[in-house]
Design a protein around this ligand. Structure first.
Ligand SMILES: Nc1ncnc2c1ncn2[C@@H]1O[C@H](COP(=O)(O)OP(=O)(O)OP(=O)(O)O)[C@@H](O)[C@H]1O
Length: 333
């Protein structure tokens, strides 16, 4: 049985107007989030992961231009997020209530001048018609769910009194306190040390099952994707170059970029290298190469093809798509 779609991103394009000109950073992004799944988005720094997340929540800066559709499937019908303005009341309700976000730096996500409890209660009251007492009960319950001892003490603490790992747990508690359909997690563990990272990932997976919410998990780390995701989109320079189940991506990576990412996963006992291990650097979005934007770093580059036209997205097998001239034969000409 097909699972239910809850978010459709259709032909999303984002450009920024800068003094030097307009730069296009998302180039026809398409993907769907299904109910109860973790959808991973992976790619090197600058490929457009965070801009994709900001587009979904209408948090793009003023110098951004966007086209395409973002459709949220709710109990009361489909909402076209792109038809709302960022300050629209409906958009404010969607943010936090239907779609919540957790960021890389938990310390920057909380205000330093209010207690954790005050911030959680304010968020709950903003989205639910509840009294302060009821909201406080939910806040305490959520802090318990993220497994921090002594919730009553935590609720009265200021962010500076907590460690990075504890704060990220509080951020997860805050994000889940309104039971959102979708949680966007943008590199949620990058700022934490390795042991704490593993604990937070485990907790997120546990809570995702309990809350039956879907997660869009953004990371540059394929190891984290293997642990967390059900399906994966691999992004390169503003495009999804391959999408598949986590099994497809790890057992049968098709795109030369995905394969290169695989070889850059750190091995046990070998000093951790980041994705920069791939030959060459990501081109500046102002100077994108003609044709396939990966061709100048690609070991399988076909001269006269890859440097002249953009590859189409080819369906390789159910749920597994790739945009590369190595696949699709005549369909990709
Ligand atoms: N406000 C902005 N103005 C101009 N360009 C921007 C702005 N925000 C992002 N960009 C550019 O958009 C592109 C995509 O950035 P984005 O932050 O989405 O990448 P990312 O994949 O999330 O990278 P990272 O892993 O480093 O966070 C980059 O080239 C970035 O420089």
């Amino acid at each position: 049985m097909e699972s239910e779609n809850i978010l459709d991103i259709k032909d999303l394009n984002v450009s920024f107007n800068l003094p030097e000109g307009t730069v296009k950073v998302l180039n026809g992004i398409n993907f769907t989030i299904r109910k109860d799944e973790v959808f991973g988005i992976v790619g090197e720094s600058g490929c457009g992961k965070s801009v994709t997340a900001s587009s979904i929540l209408q948090l793009l800066p003023k110098n951004a231009q966007r086209s395409g559709e973002i459709l949220l499937h709710t109990e009361n019908g489909i909402i076209n997020i792109t038809s709302l303005t960022p300050t629209d009341e409906k958009m404010r309700q969607i943010r936090g209530n239907d779609i919540a976000m957790i960021f890389q730096e938990p310390a920057a996500s909380f205000s330093p001048v209010y207690t954790i409890g005050e911030q959680m209660i304010e968020n709950i009251i903003l989205h639910k018609t509840l009294s302060e007492k009821e909201a406080k009960e939910i806040a305490l319950e959520m802090i318990e769910k993220v497994k921090i001892p002594d919730p009553k003490k935590i609720i009265n603490s200021y962010p500076f009194e907590l460690s990075g790992g504890m704060l990220q747990r509080c951020m997860i508690a805050l994000a889940l306190s309104c039971n959102p359909m979708i949680l966007i997690a943008d590199e949620p563990t990058t700022a934490l040390d390795v042991t704490i990272q593993a604990q937070i990932l485990y907790l997120m997976k546990e809570l995702q099952k309990e809350f039956e919410s879907s997660i869009i998990f953004i990371t540059h780390d394929l190891g984290v994707i293997a642990q967390m995701a059900d399906r994966v989109a691999v992004m390169y320079l503003g495009k999804i170059v391959e999408e598949g189940t986590v099994y497809d991506i790890f057992n049968n990576p098709l795109h030369p970029y995905t394969r290169a990412l695989m070889t850059s996963i750190p091995k046990v006992g070998i000093k951790k290298t980041r994705l920069e291990a791939i030959k060459g650097i990501v081109p500046d979005p102002f100077n994108k190469p003609k044709g396939c934007s990966f061709h100048n770093r690609c070991p399988n580059y076909i001269a006269g093809v890859c440097d002249t036209k953009e590859p189409k997205n080819i369906t390789f097998s159910k749920d597994h798509t790739v945009a590369c001239f190595l696949y699709g034969g005549k369909n990709n000409e």
